[in-house]
Ligand binder design. Structure first.
Ligand SMILES: C[S@@+](CC[C@H](N)C(=O)[O-])C[C@H]1O[C@@H](n2cnc3c(N)ncnc32)[C@H](O)[C@@H]1O
Length: 272
């Protein structure tokens, strides 16, 4: 049934207060069913496009990316940047080395460096006589760069190109678990639980774990990814009752461009 044009205009005019200039121009636009249809389409497209942009991660702040994309994210970093252009670079991981030296471990101790990147910890461990070293990283490029740098010494290294939250590690295998600036990238509780499950299963009873994360007044993101910052007591609580805290400190990392990033460094022993 067709609404007579005059009746339709009256109907629209009674719905829209004529006092407001905006509503007056609206009522001018809505003088026929065709105008009304056009207006409805315009409104619909505006609403749907604002829905797509409603994701706060899509255009600002650190992106929260899925685990599949995490690998590509890190591969790209190692593809594009030299190590001295990475914020976490230091020529030697002195804070980690000092904790390891205090433990007086036998040189046969199996050691895993989780998220090793292309750090020189492995070089310094080899120099101290350790020969049973596993490097694990989500980036195969980071592992390749390290193996190339080590040359013949790389024959002492087992490298695992994998995500620490999904990998299956040989059970009760490692006497020392080292992680500098990796655990703090986990922001989802399920990933944190998966990491801790692997830590618990992979580490021998009485084995040690060194975890170093950004501290509470450290940066809120790293490599354009959000991170979780920990105090010493938060890290102790998070790792759980299977571990005793043996030593802790706040280490000031100085980036290659001289900004200071405080790290919470904790050494734990697995007690059961
Ligand atoms: C900030 S860098 C630290 C590298 C090294 N530990 C150091 O201190 O120089 C973080 C490293 O963790 C790796 N990584 C990030 N998420 C990971 C995950 N879920 N599983 C394994 N490695 C991961 C990255 O590829 C990168 O090499």
């Amino acid at each position: 049934m067709q609404v007579p044009k005059q009746k339709f205009e009256i109907c629209i005019q009674t719905m829209i207060p004529s006092t407001s200039p905006i509503f007056r121009s609206l009522s001018y636009c809505l003088r026929s069913p065709v105008h009304l249809l056009f207006f409805a389409l315009l409104l619909f497209s505006t609403l749907t496009s604002s829905k797509v942009n409603a994701n706060p991660n899509s255009c600002q702040g650190p992106a929260s990316i899925g685990m599949k994309d995490q690998k590509e994210h890190w591969e790209e970093i190692y593809r594009k940047k030299a190590n001295i252009d990475m914020s976490w670079y230091v020529p030697h991981l002195d804070a980690s080395l000092s904790m390891i030296e205090n433990l007086n471990l036998s040189i046969e101790t199996p050691i895993i460096d989780v998220g090793s990147g292309d750090s020189t910890l492995v070089d310094d461990l080899l120099l101290r006589g350790f020969r049973n070293i596993t490097l694990l990283d989500i980036s195969s490029l980071a592992l390749e760069v390290t193996c190339k740098r080590l040359g013949n010494l790389s024959s002492y290294i087992t490298s695992i190109d994998s995500d620490i939250t999904t990998v299956s590690l040989p059970p009760q295998s490692y006497g020392l678990w080292h992680d500098r600036a990796v655990f703090h990238f986990l922001t989802d509780i399920n990933d944190i639980k998966a990491y801790l499950k692997n830590l618990n299963e992979g580490l021998q009873v009485n084995g040690y774990a060194i975890l170093a994360t950004f501290s509470k007044d450290g940066p809120e993101e790293c490599s354009q990814l959000p991170i979780t910052r920990y105090s010493i007591s938060e890290l102790e609580e998070t790792i759980g009752e299977e571990f005793n805290l043996i030593e802790s400190s706040v280490a000031m990392h100085v980036t290659p461009w001289k900004s200071v990033q405080p790290f919470t460094y904790c050494l734990f022993q697995k007690i059961r």
